[in-house]
Ligand binder design. Structure first.
Ligand code: C5P
Ligand code: ZN
Length: 444
């Protein structure tokens, strides 16, 4: 911990000496917040700056960046490509598994911390940034990044350094509340909030509009109200009815307890908007990134009203694409193998959302992990999703997908419940064979 802090101070000194810094960041919610935290403090410090968003940092992009000869601040990426950064003057603030430790890098893994739950890319960036210009509001953005990276998903709350910082921000820029952990508490009608929740999957509720309407009307609650419109009693009524419903279906305790947990509110943002709640804020940012409009996400972080409206439109569009995706999966059908299920969306579902569609498709049959394929310019994008009940039985999609993807000449990785890969076209069948077998071994 101490080492991490002094390293952050060291890197902030180095950045402060520059007259011009190019920020290069990852194109997702954690990356957008990381990038805007860096950009904001550089501007405050009077350092000339610009920002670039990348899906991934490869040799081609690195060469392009190196050619410009500027000092570069890599945020939420870079640790996996350190050996390629030799011809550059740079700092890296990242939480992905590093190639090696490096004097110009701040990464939780170098200090024995787990970068997938204890500290995200935005949080790592914030540690350096707050030494250039301290700001609790930037801390709140870092929380949005961590939540966007699902760092709070495993335990239903932030842990590690994420938590330490969150606690320091209480009353300054955030509020931590024990609450329902569903998306849309600020902005969505109750019926939709319940219908679209998939963690945990609740039979009769998840993906079931009629079921949600009946559930709420049985409780005498207007389904078109939002969660924030309800009284404490009404909220309690819903939570206890949900728990009862889950128990009557024989769902396990570990799954049921995922219904409630900690939520992070941004106290300076307007109630009833996406920006009030870290889960919704990060969803909004992801909706910009997934459609190649990360600059709009950046605008949202900078408080730009026009960008905010555009982001909302993108989010609406995103929701429409998800339901179209689900309809398509219905049409093509999900095929089963011994230990897994899968579908191939070809070019009909965008590779950036096929994983979410896969997760939602799990509702129909949550017993086996699901694999989805989609074509992109580089090959076949693979997304795999499962639930925590399977994880309890030993499942780890990230480990299995890495091995299976490499076996067919691709690359992959990820978490126990959500993982992805890129494999060469035509290798889908072979990939499924290997993956199916590995999953079988894990679940034995
Ligand atoms: O793309 P998708 O949402 O399915 O990715 C799920 C997770 O899998 C990502 O959060 C990332 O950690 C991991 N992944 C990976 N390599 C890829 C694609 C995804 O490690 N090529
Ligand atoms: Zn990240």
């Amino acid at each position: 911990m101490g080492g991490l802090i002094s390293k952050a101070a060291e890197l902030s000194e180095l950045i402060r000496k520059q007259s011009e810094v190019m920020v290069v960041t990852h194109i997702d919610a954690d990356g957008i917040t990381a990038g805007s935290i860096a950009l904001k403090v550089l501007k405050k410090a009077g350092i000339e700056t610009e920002i670039r968003f990348l899906k991934q940092l490869d040799k081609k992009e690195i060469d392009k960046i190196a050619d410009e000869g500027k000092f570069v601040w890599f945020t939420d990426l870079g640790s996996g490509q350190l050996s390629m950064l030799r011809d550059m003057d740079f700092v890296v603030t990242d939480h992905h598994i590093p190639e090696f430790s490096h004097e110009r890098q701040l990464n939780p893994h170098d200090f024995g911390l787990d970068g997938s739950i204890e500290m995200g890319g935005a949080m790592t960036t914030f540690l350096v940034a707050s030494r250039i210009f301290p700001s609790a509001r930037l801390g709140a953005l870092a929380i949005v990044g961590s939540v966007g990276d699902l760092q709070d998903s495993k335990f239903g709350r932030l842990v590690g350094l994420n938590r330490k910082i969150a606690e320091k921000l209480i009353g300054k820029s955030i509020e931590i509340r024990k609450d329902l952990r569903f998306f849309g508490k600020q902005t969505r009608p109750l019926a939709k909030m319940l219908e679209y929740n998939t963690d945990p999957i609740i039979p009769g509720i998840s993906g079931n509009e009629a079921g949600c309407l009946k559930f709420l009307s049985d409780l005498g609650i207007d389904p078109w109200l939002r969660w924030i419109d309800l009284s404490i009693e009404e909220k309690r009524k819903i939570v206890s009815a949900l728990v009862k419903h889950c128990m009557s279906l024989g769902m396990g305790y570990d799954e049921i307890k995922r219904i409630a947990g900690e939520c992070y509110l941004l106290i300076h943002e307007e109630e009833g908007t996406e920006k009030r709640d870290a889960m919704e804020y990060s969803t909004l940012l992801n909706a910009t990134a997934r459609y190649d409009e990360a600059e709009i996400g950046l605008g949202v972080c900078f408080g730009d009203e026009k960008a905010f409206n555009r982001a909302r439109t993108l989010l609406q569009n995103h929701r429409k694409n998800l339901s179209e995706g689900l309809r398509l999966v219905e049409e093509i059908g999900i095929q089963e193998r011994k230990n897994i299920q899968f579908f191939h969306a070809g070019k009909d579902i965008r590779d950036t959302i096929v994983g979410i569609v896969a997760g939602m498709s799990l509702i129909k049959n949550p017993k086996k992990p699901i694999v989805a394929f989609a074509e992109n310019e580089e090959g076949i994008k693979v997304s795999a999703r499962a639930n925590y009940r399977l994880v309890e039985r030993g499942l780890n999609l990230g480990k299995a997908i890495k091995i299976a993807a490499e076996r067919v000449g691709g690359t992959g990785g990820g978490h126990s419940v959500a993982a992805g890969a890129l494999i060469p076209q035509g290798m889908e069948k072979k990939f499924l064979e290997v993956f199916d077998e590995l999953i079988g071994q894990q679940l034995k």
